[in-house]
Design a binder for this molecule. Structure first.
Ligand code: NDP
Length: 246
């Protein structure tokens, strides 16, 4: 039986690596893209020319009806979702003093409301089938806070509260719910930071002395999705090169 893995934001830096890893492991890989993403078709064509066989559906993860339409279409075309990776996310960094309500709302809607919107569509089916995996991609900055990220830190910390509560509700039905909290990973979200800031402020905080690789995050997601991880639920797994330990 081929399992269906849906990765939100699979065309981004981490999401793409997760899609590639899951395809290599034999999953039917489905990803989502924002309805206004004009590069989605090209991305899909490039990846599928490389033989990955990904499917992609438009979905605004901030919008419950859009999430429902997306999952309904995936279920009809491919089958029920067995593994949901809530990976889509954005930042709108600025000090709290400068932050507007719109900056707050955009980050909470995209990083936290999205987890409700997507998980709500798949969880009952997972429970009925007695197998499922929900993997929420949070951040080290949800664990420790970060200057200029009250919105992002709140959303990412909220994700883990969701994880723990839902994990309790579905544990006896073979469904696990976990959070992963990456540190600084070398995707465009991070490599857009000026090199002198990376060298002077960010790398010195990381005992491993480098940025993480998207493939390292993908490897952790793949493990959490596996049958071997059936006893692991409600966890928040740090993957940050030793930057933050607790
Ligand atoms: P990217 O910016 O490369 O990718 C983010 C993805 O989210 C994009 O594919 C984007 O899709 C999607 N997305 C954003 N808004 C929406 C929306 N409203 N509806 C649907 N999709 C949306 O980021 P990364 O790959 O770096 O990050 C992935 C996740 O990992 C995020 O949740 C991020 O917070 C988290 N993270 C990243 C770290 C890092 O160092 N990179 C560290 C810790 C956590 P589209 O382009 O189609 O809009």
């Amino acid at each position: 039986m081929v399992r269906v893995a849906l990765i939100t934001g699979g065309m981004g830096g981490l999401g793409e690596a997760i899609c590639i890893k899951m395809a290599a492991l034999g999953y039917h890989v489905v990803t989502t893209y924002s309805p206004n993403n004009t590069k989605a078709h090209d991305w899909l064509q490039t990846m599928n020319n490389m033989g990955y066989g990904f499917k992609a559906y438009p979905c605004d993860v901030t919008d419950f009806d859009s999430a429902k339409a997306c999952i309904d279409a995936v279920t009809k075309d491919i089958g029920p979702v067995d593994v949901l990776v809530n990976n889509a996310g954005i930042t709108r960094d600025m000090t709290f003093k400068k932050m507007t309500k719109a900056d707050w709302d955009a980050v909470i809607h995209t990083n936290l409301d999205s987890v409700f919107n997507m998980t709500k569509q798949v969880i009952d089916g997972m429970v009925e089938r007695k197998w499922g995996r929900v993997i929420n991609v949070s951040s080290v900055n949800g664990q420790k806070g970060a200057f200029g990220q009250t919105n992002y830190s709140a959303a990412k910390a909220g994700m883990h509260g969701f994880t723990k509560a839902l994990a309790l509700e579905v544990a006896k039905n073979g469904v696990t719910v976990n959070t992963i909290s990456p540190g600084y990973i070398g995707t465009k979200m991070v490599t857009a930071i000026p090199q002198e800031i990376l060298d002077s402020k960010i790398l010195p905080q990381i005992p491993v002395s480098r940025l993480g690789k998207p493939e390292e995050i993908a490897g952790l997601v793949a493990y959490l999705a596996s049958d071997e991880a059936a006893f692991l639920t409600g966890a928040n797994i740090s993957i940050n090169g030793g930057q933050h330990m607790f």
